[in-house]
Design a protein around this ligand. Structure first.
Ligand code: FES
Length: 135
């Protein structure tokens, strides 16, 4: 049902960015979709002085939309501080992709949640908390 998807979604599915793992990551977040069984991991490399996301990679076992949204999430957060990246919403990711089919919006757009888990993992390891990211 490729016609359901925008050109941006298809392009990113064909040529995903920032896919894979980071060796010795500073934070890892994993999220599964209980409905379809798809799963994804986000890996972060953080600059400890500036809190900037120097590298972010994602491993996604999922559908076309899951691959496109997770890839887009990494592209929209690389080079940002944790605080800036925390403000990214699923809607912004979907908008940036030219929209998602309604039935795919919730099922596939999981990367922002995985990102939050990876951030939390990093902050906890460093004796910090997610509260710092909330304005
Ligand atoms: S079908 Fe599982 S995330 Fe899309």
């Amino acid at each position: 049902m490729a016609h359901l998807y925008s050109k941006e979604v298809i392009d990113l599915f064909m040529n995903p960015q920032n896919m894979g793992e980071i060796e010795n990551p500073d934070g890892v977040g994993k999220i599964g979709n209980p409905v379809c069984g798809d799963i994804m991991w986000i890996y972060l490399k953080i600059n400890p002085e500036s809190d900037v996301i120097e590298d972010i990679k994602v491993k996604t076992f999922g559908c076309v939309a899951a691959i496109a949204t997770s890839s887009k999430t990494t592209m929209m957060t690389k080079g940002k501080t944790l605080k800036e990246a925390y403000r990214l919403t699923k809607k912004q990711v979907a908008d940036e992709l030219g929209g998602l089919p309604k039935q795919k919006m919730h099922c596939s757009n999981l990367a922002v949640d995985a990102l939050h888990r990876a951030m939390e993992d990093y902050l906890k390891k460093n004796g910090r908390s997610m509260d710092e990211l909330v304005d």
